[in-house]
Every structure is written in C-alpha cells, then in structure tokens.
Ligand binder design. Structure first.
Ligand code: OXD
Ligand code: MN
Length: 626
C-alpha cells in the first residue's frame, strides 16, 4: 500500500508492528526499542490516526509530494519549465521564525541567559502536555529519523522528529540525511535527540483539511538539559524543520559547549586563487544578510574560484591534527528567494532548475516561479504569494520577503567536491558580518583571536524579514547567534575564548575578520558593489593569511593599505573608497557606549576579557580622537 491510498482512519492508533532483527542483506532497518517506546508514548499523547516510519527513499518522497498535491498544500510547477518542482503557499500568519514564541527551558533561568525567552521546565512541560494532547487527531504521524553531518563523520549527530506535516517530512528529506541510514546508526547505539512537531490542527471525523494547516498559537520549545525539542502550530521551515535551527544550532550549541566544539550560524566556502592552493572560510552573518549569495559567489577576479560547502550552519572542532575543522551538518539549502537573481546569484538560480520546493514565491501564468530580484524586469502579471492576481502596478511585493526555496546541496553547481567529507575542511579564517548602513568598514582584521571574539560578540545588524520584528531596526546579534544560542550568551562568549586558548595550544589559530558589504554613502546608495566583487576582499584576506601584505593599524583593527584591494574592473571613486574604510572615532565611541549597555545586560557572567577588549577599544579611539 502506498502513502496515497493508505486509508485515513480515526479511532485507536494502529500499532505498527516492530520488525524482528533481520540479516543486513535484507536491508531491513531495526527500529530501536528506545525509539519505539518513545514513539508509542508520544502517540498516546498526540493521538494520530496512524503512524508511518519514514525510510528516506525516493519513492516515498514521490508519494508524499503526490499526497501534498492532492491535499492542496503544494502545486506542481510547469514540468517543462521547472521539472519536478512545487510551490507551497503558506497561511498568511505562518511565514517566518517566531522568536517571541521560541523558548529555552533550563532549571536555572540564568543558564538560558538574558537573550533567550526562558521558561521553567516543569511548568512548560505541563503547558505542552495540554497543548499537544490530541494534536494529531485525524492526521498521520510521521516518524522521521535524521542525521546532521555525513554519516560516518566523527561529528555526525542524530535525531528523530515526529511530525504530522508531510510538507515538513519532504523538507527534512532535503535538508538532512533522512530515513533508514540515520535510523541504522541509532540502532547501533548512536545517541539521538527527540523532537516533536505538530501543526496543531487536529481533524475531527469527516472534517475537511485546509491546504496549510497550522495554529495561531505557536511554540518552539527547547529543553537543552534533556536535549529535547517541541514545536507546535507552525509548518514554516525555521520553526518546523527541527533538525535545522532548533537542533543544529540551539541544542547543538549546548552539546558543543559540553563536548568542546562550536555549533555556528555560518556559511562555509572554499576559495582557490590562481596559485591552486585552497583556503576555507567560515562566515557568520545574521539572517537574510546574503549568506547564501556569498556561499555561491561567482568571483569577479580572473582565475579565482569560490566553491560552496554550506550556506547556513557550520560545526567546527579541533581535529586530531590540531587544526580547526568544520562540516556543514545540513544536506540542502533553505534559502531566501528574494534577492537571489541572475545578476546576484546565478549559481543558486542554476541550482533551482528543478527538484525544488518553493514556498511563498509568486508564480507566472506559464506555471513557473518569480520573486523580487530574480530578474531585473518584473513580469507583466503574476499570481502573488497569497494566490492573488498581481501586476507591477499592484504596489506590493509579489513574493513574500521571506519566501524560500528548498533544494538539495548536491544540485548546486558550485558545491565543493569535499563538501561532505566526514573529516570536514581545515578553516583558515573566520569572518563576521552584519548589515550596517554606516560606521563599519568594508573589512577589518582582528588583532588576535580574543579581539576576534569581541568582534563576533558585538555584531549588529539591521533587522530583516527572516523573523518577526521591525525591518531596518539595528539590533546586536552576537555571532549572528542571538536567536540560536541554546544557553547563556555570556557563557557562549566564554566558550569561544576558551576554544581560542585550546587552538593556541594545538595549532595555528585562524585569522578573524569583520566585513560589511552594506555601507551607504550620503545619498543612501551602497558604496560597494558586493556579490562577486566581495572576492576582492577574500583576495586581501588570503594575502593576509599568507603574510604577503601589510595592513594599516586602526583603533578597530587592521585595514587594507591604500591600494591594497584589487579594484580593476569596478567603478568606485576615491571618495567612495575613503568612506568605505573611514573609521570615525566619535561614531565608534558612541558605538562603544552601546556595546557597554549591551554587555551590561549579561551582568557578572560576561567574561572579563570582553570588558578588557572594550576598554582597549575605547583607549585606542580616544587616542585617535586626539
Ligand atoms: C534562516 C534564518 O532561515 O537564519 O537561515 O532565519
Ligand atoms: Mn540562518
């Protein structure tokens, strides 16, 4: 029986018989008793109509996609234009991550820290029991085993998500190594994180479903001490693909601290200059600051290549060789569509040729997709993300600003050959960036690791559409991890400082840089062309790594010397260049005051080293002011 013709039943939950252990040759995966017991316990709470264990096969994916079409959740795009691709239009209230409904539940509130929404675990558990009771009535509960990281890597970590959303199952299928291969590792004793997800829309007998079931009440709850995740009410990827933000960042950051590694909101790229020697960079930017564009950059420098390893999450550790190594724990890209265009990111546009699920983009009359920035010219008419008719005169965006594509990493033309190397890649430099209209120069190099940690801890960015909030407002987003650190951010800073001490003992410490592609001139236009021209900044970093170029010392770090960036082929006048690198001591002293207020929110727990870095910065700025 296929998923499609399996009858929908209500009433008692059919018991899924445990398969007996069979020879490996039969490729029957043993369902670990511990997982089975947990599934049964949750089924008693959630009361689904049936339970399906997901195996991760192509056939299963096909059947789920057909089911989603039948349910009206997705529509198939024109196969001649976009083979085997689909568009989902979500409920209007379910379009982004909900930070105000994201909770970290630790016994001691101080362990969640001032940047997280803390809830007392027992009280939250009691609340969740009420919320989740019967939440899957009338629906199928999928049991979704997954691996983060290449199976066989010392860094691979496992989980099992329960969900009543087939849309979420296919999304997890793209974003992780999902199914039997992961379950097999759990059966062999790998530890796993349990994650429960429901859209919170139980169906009464005979009740018709809606295309995008969800609930106005939402919860994204983490119990880091028990390594457990509960998510309710949303099918939006950032809230519902629990392997991603909830596990690979919030829970993994806690695991990483305990086990001595780093779980970071970073892209990973491999940069190869004409010399042929490759360099690997890990770069942290707040949500929707162009990480995917940078990860897939086509460098505007002859003879240079940039290859993609990851676009959102990196796990870093000190390898047996003492070097800083990193993997991308994900297997796909859940990228922001608007701003991904033929001019800005042709590689991503190529990657999306087919086998892609789009969510909340617009569709053309021919049955293809469109979003702001895909092409310079707007199509004459579209169906917008809400399903309404749209023309350029409509005066509103056709695609939701946080509309997304979900596509396998393997489909990316710039994917590096070693992107899924179980041993990871050696990191030569770490980059921190934010979206800053003023103040922060195009590139600055940190004086040393601890200064780099200060830079990471003080990233600020203008709010984007990836989460709810007022777009454009400046917020401190330390390490781009504000919504993703699963524990007290001050302890997280301390962990980074400590990690540097360990790196110093074992091997070469990577360089740390800060970048800002978004500085604007007095007329409000961007000073730097960005995108492929950001390779010019990478070129300078490579020269610094190799000790080939000097730098100008400034109060905030080392800047390129005049003429230090290759600018052939771009038009940028001297005034713009000067403004791009201008360090205004007055403005930075005001920034230092803001940092002081931000640091004060961590009280005694803030590492003394960061206060020291702030004092040193102030001293240098005051000296520069004269
Ligand atoms: C994302 C985010 O979706 O950071 O990657 O919000
Ligand atoms: Mn992200």
């Amino acid at each position: 029986m296929t998923l499609l013709d399996r009858p929908r039943t209500t009433g008692p939950v059919p018991v899924v018989a445990a398969r007996t252990a069979a020879p490996v040759a039969e490729r029957v995966v043993v369902r670990p008793a511990e997982v089975q017991a947990w599934v049964a316990e949750q089924a008693a709470l959630l009361e689904p109509a049936e339970i399906v264990w997901v195996d991760g096969s192509t056939r299963e994916r096909h059947e789920l996609l057909q089911l989603l079409v039948t349910n009206g959740t997705i529509e198939q795009l024109n196969p001649d234009l976009r083979p085997y691709s689909f568009i989902a239009r979500s409920a209007e209230s379910d379009v982004a991550r909900l930070e105000s409904r994201t909770f970290i539940c630790t016994d001691d509130e101080a362990n969640a820290g001032p940047t997280n929404n803390w809830r007392e675990p027992a009280a939250m558990r009691a609340e969740l029991q009420g919320v989740f009771r019967g939440a899957m009535r009338g629906r199928t509960m999928y049991v979704v085993p997954f691996a983060m990281g290449p199976i066989g890597s010392p860094m691979a970590r496992f989980g099992v998500q329960l969900t009543d959303s087939p849309y979420v199952v296919v999304s997890v299928g793209t974003m992780t190594r999902m199914g039997d291969a992961a379950l097999e590792q759990i059966a062999r004793g790998a530890s796993w994180v349990p994650a429960v997800h429901s859209v919170g829309a139980p169906l009464a007998p005979g009740q018709a479903d809606v295309p995008w079931p969800c609930n106005d009440t939402k919860y994204i709850v983490h119990f880091p001490e028990n390594r457990e995740i509960w998510s309710y009410g949303s099918a939006y990827g950032g809230n519902a693909i629990l392997a991603k933000k909830a596990y690979a960042l919030r829970i993994a950051s806690v695991m990483a601290r305990e086990e001595g590694w780093l779980a970071e909101h970073m892209l990973l790229i491999k940069v190869t200059p004409p010399t042929g020697r490759s360099y690997h960079f890990a770069a942290a930017f707040p949500s929707a600051c162009g990480k995917t564009n940078m990860a897939m950059m086509t460098p505007n420098l002859p003879g240079w290549t940039v290859e993609t390893i990851g676009d959102d999450i990196a796990w870093l550790w000190i390898g047996a060789d003492g070097r800083l190594r990193a993997i991308n724990p994900e297997a796909g890209f859940f990228g922001v569509a608007p701003g991904t265009g033929l001019r800005t990111n042709p590689t991503a546009v190529d990657a999306l040729w087919g086998n892609t699920i789009f969510t909340n983009v617009a569709t053309t009359p021919e049955g293809d997709v469109w979003w702001e920035g895909l092409t310079d010219e707007k199509p004459a008419s579209l169906t917008d993300w809400r399903g309404e008719q749209w023309t350029p005169a409509s005066g509103r965006p056709a695609a939701h600003p946080n509309s997304r594509f979900t596509v396998s990493a393997r489909q990316c033309p710039s994917i590096a050959e070693d992107w899924d190397d179980p041993e990871g890649v050696v990191i030569d430099a770490i980059i921190f960036g934010g979206r800053r209209a003023s103040n922060v120069p195009l590139v600055v190099e940190a004086r040393d690791w601890d200064h780099g940690v200060f830079m990471g801890a003080t990233i600020a960015s203008e709010q984007t559409a990836a989460a709810e909030g007022t777009v454009g407002e400046l917020r401190r987003d330390p390490f781009a991890m504000l919504p993703f650190a699963g524990y007290n951010m001050a302890d997280y800073f301390a962990h980074w400082l400590d990690f540097g001490r360990r790196l110093r003992r074992s091997a070469r410490v990577p360089r740390v840089f800060q970048v800002n592609w978004f500085r604007k001139g007095a007329d409000g236009s961007f000073l730097w062309p960005g995108f492929g021209d950001n390779a010019r900044v990478l070129e300078w970093m490579v020269a610094r790594i190799d000790g080939q170029v000097g730098a100008v010392d400034s109060p905030i770090g080392s800047l390129p010397m005049p003429g230090g960036l290759t600018l052939d082929g771009i038009e940028i006048d001297d005034a713009a260049l000067e403004e791009l690198f201008r360090v205004d001591p007055e403005a930075f002293l005001a920034e230092a005051d803001d940092i002081e207020r931000f640091f004060a929110s961590f009280g005694e727990r803030l590492p003394a080293e960061l206060q020291r870095q702030l004092a040193l910065l102030r001293g240098r700025l005051e000296a520069a002011r004269g």
